[in-house]
Design a protein around this ligand. Structure first.
Ligand SMILES: [Zn+2]
Length: 255
């Protein structure tokens, strides 16, 4: 079985066939999927989906590209939502210096605020990090998140950043982009201990080969798992088993 720890099933691109997408995932051995909020509206929608489908869990949070206009009241609503029994993490939160839709200061404030929220609620963090490695590392090192649990999703970065994240005892996950011909992550995948890896699709984005160019969905997580298995020269069953065990204990899933 596989666990897709990062999808956005509430997004518009699934409006036509959401139920079938979830069904197809289950038929393809995806035992659980976590649908991730990026702002208050999509966090509310994530919780709705988690209530409706047994295999769907939710994460709630304000994404760094959506934090420019956020009112304090929105953070309060996120905090309330996060107490829902099917909300298994705060996320996605973090820093994005590529899109820069909010100032660095605003992004850092929203990120740290939500880290405190996660600590208070004792829920792990799902972290987005794009071209913000230095500030990201400083915040993570200061916040001491190993016991709570934090995953850097769609991991990117050089070898030095990767080693620092491993030293902090955090988790990482790779998306379908590791299956692309021009992927530069092969060495990182080989080095990443299986015990520190989670599987994810980031659906509807970052579709793995051979479906690149189409909409991504949780059923395709097997293609990323297979790539990890190939690079590490181990059976895909082992990737599935260990990453599922990781996800169950990291998110305290009750499957
Ligand atoms: Zn995402």
């Amino acid at each position: 079985m596989f666990i897709d720890t990062h999808a956005h099933l509430q997004f518009k691109s699934f409006d036509e066939d959401r139920e079938m997408v979830i069904q197809r995932a289950i038929e393809n051995d995806v035992a659980a999927m976590i649908t991730i909020g990026t702002d208050l509206t999509s966090s509310l929608q994530a919780v709705d989906l988690a209530e409706k489908y047994a295999a769907v869990y939710a994460a709630v949070g304000i994404h760094p590209t959506d934090c420019a206009e956020v009112a304090d009241h929105d953070f309060d609503r996120i905090q309330e939502l996060a107490t829902h029994p099917k909300v298994v993490a705060i996320g996605e939160v973090g820093l994005d210096y590529y899109h820069m839709r909010a100032t660095r200061e605003k992004q850092k404030n929203a990120f740290v605020y939500q880290i405190h929220m996660a600590k208070e609620l004792k829920k792990p963090l799902i972290i987005h990090n794009r071209e913000s490695h230095q500030d990201m590392y400083e915040i993570l090192a200061e916040q001491n998140l190993a016991d709570l649990g934090a995953v850097l999703h769609s991991f990117s970065g050089d070898d030095a950043f990767f080693r620092k994240i491993m030293e902090l005892d955090l988790y990482i996950s790779f998306t379908g982009n590791i299956t692309f011909k021009k992927s530069t992550s092969d060495q990182l995948v080989v080095q990443a201990p299986l015990e520190r890896l989670l599987l994810e699709t980031d659906s509807p984005f970052l579709t793995p080969a051979p479906f690149r160019g189409k909409r991504n969905e949780p059923a395709y997580v097997v293609h990323t798992a297979r790539k990890i298995a190939d690079l590490k020269e181990i059976p895909v069953e082992e990737v599935a088993r260990v990453t599922s065990e990781n996800a169950v204990s990291f998110f305290k899933l009750d499957l």
